[in-house]
Design a protein around this ligand. Sequence first.
Ligand code: ADP
Ligand code: MG
Length: 692
Amino acid sequence: MRPDILNPLFAEISVLKGIGPALARPLERLGLARAVDIAFHLPVSWVDRHLTDELDMADAGRVIGIELTPVDYKASGGARTPFRVQATDRFGNYVSLVYFGKNSGWPRKMLPLNEAKFVSGKLESYGETLQMVHPDYVLPPEEAATIPARESVYGLSDGLTNNRMRDLVAQVLARAPDLPEWIEPSLLARKGWPGWRAALTRIHADPSDAQARERLAYDEIFAGQLALMLVRQSSRRRRGVPIAGDGRLRAMLKLPFAPTGAQRRAFGEIEGDMAQATPMLRLLQGDVGSGKTLVALMALLNAVEAGMQGAMLAPTEILARQHYETLRKMASGLPVEIAILTGRDKGKVREATLMGLADGSIDILVGTHAIFQEKVQYKALGLAVIDEQHRFGVAQRMMLANKAAQAPHLLVMTATPIPRTLTLTYYGEMEVSKLDEMPPGRQPIQTVVMAATRLDEVVDALARHVGSGGQAYWVCPLVEESETSDQAAAEARAESLRLRFGEAVGLVHGRMKGPDKDAAMAAFAANRTQILVATTVIEVGVDVPNSSLIIIEGADRFGLAQLHQLRGRVGRGDKPSVCLLIRGNALGETSRARLALMRETNDGFLIAEEDLRLRGAGEVLGTRQSGEAALKLATPEHMAALIDPARDDARLLIDRDGGLDSARGQAARVCLYLFERDAAVGLLRGGVTGGD
Ligand code: ADP
Ligand code: MG
């Protein structure tokens, strides 16, 4: 249960003064529902009030504070013209204070004629004259000092002003409790960080306060690391089954190639882990095409040889089907029963699969998250493999680990290489194996960036490619982050390509019915269609080696890691491949630089680092829409600088006080709850188990 001390922070914002229906909407749009959300809605920048006694055209655009004397009113002539107060500085220069949509009573009362006032707001030039629209402050001159020299600027949405936001923040800060210190004292002293409440107060008052910001970022990273350490601790406490296959099935594999050194190494590490009674927690990282599937199959066969079952989880239906086909092909001739289960399988087929799992006649099950539903009971699940795991969060991994009576060994495979800081932040509880070597004989992918104005040339190139027996993907842009509009774009593109290529054009998008999706993929895989128009559903893992051209429309709208994934759909066969990135016509510096990087390198790690820097973690991990909490306070720079100390600190604390019972342990619990890692607290020894 959340400690009482945090209650004021977790209260709904409706407890704050002045929250009416007009404010509720814009706050909701920003995801600000509770006091804590407002507390952590940190200012994005600030304005420094320029204090002056003379109006100056050169200050137009700045926020100024100045003593003015109202000398005249210009009443509004109609509903649309504003009420103006003419005022002068002490040198006789004029400024017009402008009030829209108000009845003039209020400005008249605030600004009586011939009475000096201290006025602050943004100065603007209006033709030859100066004006200030809705001044932020109008005060008696002697109260001028009560206005802060620096003011925070917040991320806003329609209907919300900075002044309102600042008022809400002030109310939240007034309610914010003093929290016990969870940071290791020597670290705190070394960094010179303020306490939690002081840091929060300071950052809202002065957004440039790097120390206060860093402290809060650290708290967030620390909570994450501590949660992962607790997951790790609880997993290591569970008993698994040591698995050591005798190699007989693996010896029967007839592969057309020899495993790479990296594949051998990774498999050696996995085999070592699986032989232990402590369940494996291992992350397999490798770039697109580095051959993760084979490593997974070897691990699965290791389990089957030992009389256990294996399960492989894919994030999408398409990918699940493809893995199923691939595994069956690779394992053909082996006495191994492989089955598939997705949300789509119903009725008798589903019943039969469930029976087979329960009685052990099915050795390996491939599928979407349906394979870990309540009803699905395994006879002896020894290994769970999660492919393209970046769509799953820690909570889902934990659920998986709790599935079997005895914890299965867990192998997680990421779709993309991810920077070290992200690996530690999101998979910090796991050991890491890396496939840092590509299978030999890979054809290079040539990447070309083209402007959308040259679409005709692109279509001609496509015609030549198809004419000479090639196949191609055509990826449509993300229109509005909404699947409906993606779908519309893809349908329109397929339509227009069909005018020229007729039946050669297939279409697949996320909102198609399952069987239709399969049919479209199967037709393309069998070369019955030569052009596959698709949304990003083909992003992960899809493998059609004969397709050696990929055209990506609106390339500048994708994240780099995502483009790298998409590009990885080609370069899988024996032909040289081409990736055409079609960019918007008016492109900024950064977008150009990003696409240039895509053209220049095929190094997934480098691309991921750059994407992290430019677009943040959600982009690299592909979790932006998946609900896995992104870090709110820590920037990539903070993560790079603070992940190691946070990790060390968390590990040390768990080693000394695994139950978080000491005073500092109790404080650390508060930190976990503050960042809503409630599930992790549930894993504490003697705590409520499996709390969610
Ligand atoms: P990813 O790591 O992206 O999941 P895959 O497992 O899909 O990569 O493998 C990509 C391609 O490389 C597949 O067609 C696979 O058969 C092939 N492949 C895997 N390992 C090797 C190897 N050692 N030598 C040659 N080709 C390989
Ligand atoms: Mg794969």
